[in-house]
Design a protein around this ligand. Sequence first.
Ligand SMILES: Nc1nc2c(c(=O)[nH]1)N[C@H]1C(S)=C(S)[C@@H](COP(=O)(O)O)O[C@H]1N2
Ligand SMILES: [Mo]
Length: 438
Amino acid sequence: MRPGEPRPGATRYGAPVRLWRALERRRPPGLGRSRAWRSPLRGPWLTSVFAVVLLVGLPIVIITGLLSYAAYSPRFGQAFPPDVGWLRLPYFEWPTRPVWLYQVTQGLHVILGLALVPVVLGKLWSVVPKLFAWPPARSVAQVLERVTLLLLVGGILFEIATGVLNIQYAYVFGFGFYEGHYYGAWVFIGAFIAHVTVKLPRMVRSLRSRAFRDALRDGRPEPPDPDGLVPAAPRPATMTRRGVLALAGGGGLLIAVLTAGQAIGGAARRVALLAPRGGYAPEAGEFPVNRTAAAAGITAAAAGEGWRLVLTGGGRTVELDRAALLALPQHTAELPIACVEGWSAVRTWTGVRLRDLAAAAGAPEPASAYVRSLERYGAFDHATLQANQVADPDSLLALRADGADLTLDHGSPARVIVPALPGVHNTKWVRLIEFRER
Ligand SMILES: Nc1nc2c(c(=O)[nH]1)N[C@H]1C(S)=C(S)[C@@H](COP(=O)(O)O)O[C@H]1N2
Ligand SMILES: [Mo]
């Protein structure tokens, strides 16, 4: 284009484009000064190394998160949010085997999710000059790309913030955690898929552009790139790329060590310092209490002598006291209780098989079982179990744990324990079970 010739855009679109050109020249102070971002380590290679870690790790976090939604049995309207419209995934029956299934999927979701935080921050640091690029948009394609990036970065920061606050039991947001985390996840998933689709070839090219070992040792800038990640006027390096990656990777590893014990148990639990419930508590030992009897309004009297279990189904109603339950065949199973917040504890439970109780109620093969607690008005004072969860030989109405009667805080006189069932549906202080034929 020769000087004085009208710009092609200006003749076609007129005033808006002239306005845009004027905006381009009036860069806000402090914005878009590519000279402000002068680390010689920034560049497509480093960004791509962070990207490849996230490309492997984030799908695991996403899938285990969606599996947790499925494990809550949305079919019974007891997943959160209960109705997700067209975002509904195909329903399937959550299995009871392997018994550690939910312990592993949810432990992975929380612990890997936390461990990836430093990698996410590293990746954001590596592309920060793009955030301040001026003008904010040059073409429709670029506007689309920037909107995607906004949803991508906003989405992941939102998911991290809500997830971390939830496992710290800090309900400081003005909306439901599950609702926000679920819809936020879909915003992120959409942007993530779009971003990966567009950037994958460039990531592969950047990683191939140099030998991994050389790039690690080298503090010199990469060749100039079209995205402008490589600074035009770099400062001398203060650390190597190896140092940057070690910082992000080491940070992630440290977080994993400080949280993983909540799901692994044993000695690791004692260093799970970042896990509020999953760590070792002197009074609870290695068996955390999610909601105490006092918090749930359960008195020792209500759970004492006068307590009766009501069973219904098959047109029959049966009432049993604790002695009657103890007179039925007792079964023992070693099962984890695994909470959505990532902590879990394996216990040896003893009690009556749910399928024996179903038979006693005259509904030997129920389609579902609705369980009610003595607790009232709590979010988790009831749950519905699937047919396979009632039928499993290790599914119990537990009266004892680790050879002792259940404590009041752990659900005395009787609680549900079902293999691979999310902790939340292992209802404590059970008062009634309704076995349903349909
Ligand atoms: N009645 C009742 N049962 C309940 C809950 C509750 O709040 N009320 N919390 C559930 C949750 S979220 C979990 S993780 C497990 C924890 O069991 P624990 O407190 O014995 O460790 O109990 C479940 N059973
Ligand atoms: Mo839980």
